[in-house]
Design a protein around this ligand. Structure first.
Ligand SMILES: Nc1nc2c(ncn2[C@@H]2O[C@H](COP(=O)(O)OP(=O)(O)OP(=O)(O)O)[C@@H](O)[C@H]2O)c(=O)[nH]1
Length: 337
């Protein structure tokens, strides 16, 4: 609901540091924060007790987690950091059991489950598998065979359940992401996908990765609907999407921006390459038979996605060029200088 009170996004903006963050980044930072909060008191207690080696392990974990939080917060890169955290977790768990004995073996379970929140399920299995082997080698001879077998079986089951759950959740999330960002009629990305990609480019720090934005709008499309019916209009939109796919590179991204308006993010393309692509598309539409007995053309506006500007400014600039192409008589390409 709009109106009174802060929106959900506004309320949590402080947690994101003012920029849009991926769910994985937030989970990783929260996990590290929780780890610091749960381990730090034990570390201080061990220090006061004079258990220097255990305290050193605890404090090393706290320090590593703090470094990870700062790194992910500043760079947004979470994949390698997630792997490092999981390996550090696992090594810490093994070290603590080695130093303090079997009584701390219960920490194995939450530690191993946490891995499935942070890294890919297959990586979690591999890291936890190595951890389990080290534990078994260490505990062999320190406890009865029955107790050791119980630990192996329960740890194995916890990993099995966590793996299946993480795998299925990952699959469902992936499907939802795809469905939510797809235009149902044409199969290209929708407005939401376009907004996300534009934002991704704005946040991309490597200056060599340049891109340009093309906005295409079919000319007098209303006449197609009026003269041939809405179904024929839909078919034209689908064929136009096919034509755009055929004339762009696999790294370019196509989106349906509005009714009969499409956007293309031409990655790696400066303004002149984008202008060339736009002209090729315009000519291809003009010469294609998108609808039998009806000549169809498109106007195109092109803008460079300058990192000093915002996504809204790129869209406004391309839209201005599109408007100029329409005003100039349609079936034209206009490029922002
Ligand atoms: N078939 C079909 N038509 C659509 C869809 N979305 C929008 N339209 C139609 O697209 C037409 C857009 O018309 P206008 O905005 O007047 O633009 P135009 O006729 O293309 O004229 P110019 O853009 O000025 O060249 C309207 O008739 C809409 O009904 C859709 O999903 N399917």
């Amino acid at each position: 609901m709009e109106g009174g009170g802060k929106s959900g996004a506004g309320r949590w903006r402080w947690l994101s540091g003012g920029r849009q963050r991926q769910q994985e980044e937030v989970i990783l930072m929260l996990l590290c924060g929780l780890t610091i909060m749960s381990i730090l008191p034990f570390g201080i207690y061990r220090l006061l007790q004079g258990s220097w080696s255990t305290a050193a392990v605890d404090m090393a974990l706290v320090a590593s987690m703090s470094v990870v939080i700062v790194h992910v917060w500043r760079t947004g890169r979470h994949q390698l950091a997630g792997l490092v955290v999981t390996i550090v977790y696992s090594a810490g768990m093994v070290a603590v059991v080695y130093l303090r004995g079997v009584s701390l073996v219960y920490w194995v379970y939450p530690t191993m489950i946490a891995a499935y929140f942070v890294v890919r399920p297959i990586h979690a299995v591999a890291i936890n598998g190595v951890g389990l082997v080290l534990l078994v080698v260490m505990l062999f001879g320190q406890m009865t065979l029955v107790n050791l077998s119980t630990i192996i079986v329960t740890v194995g089951l916890v990993n099995l359940f966590a793996y299946v759950f993480a795998y299925r959740t990952g699959l469902t999330t992936q499907r939802l992401h795809t469905a939510v960002e797809l235009d149902f009629l044409t199969g290209v990305g929708n407005r939401r996908a376009l907004d996300r990609k534009l934002l991704e480019h704005a946040q991309e720090r490597r200056p060599q990765l340049e891109a340009s934005l093309l906005l295409l709008d079919l000319d007098h499309f209303k006449q197609v609907n009026d003269q041939h019916g809405h179904a024929a209009g839909d078919k034209v939109l689908k064929q136009l999407a096919e034509l755009m796919r055929a004339h762009t590179r696999s790294s370019d991204r196509i989106f349906r921006y509005g009714g009969e308006e499409f956007a293309i993010i031409a990655s790696g393309a400066g303004l002149s390459a984008a202008a060339h692509l736009a002209e090729g598309l315009r000519a291809a539409v003009a010469s294609a038979t998108l609808l039998e007995g009806h000549s169809i053309t498109t106007s195109v506006g092109v803008a460079y996605m300058d990192k000093r500007q915002t996504p809204a400014e790129w869209l406004a600039s391309a839209d201005k060029m599109l408007y100029a192409a329409k005003q100039g008589g349609r079936n034209e390409v206009r490029v922002a200088s």
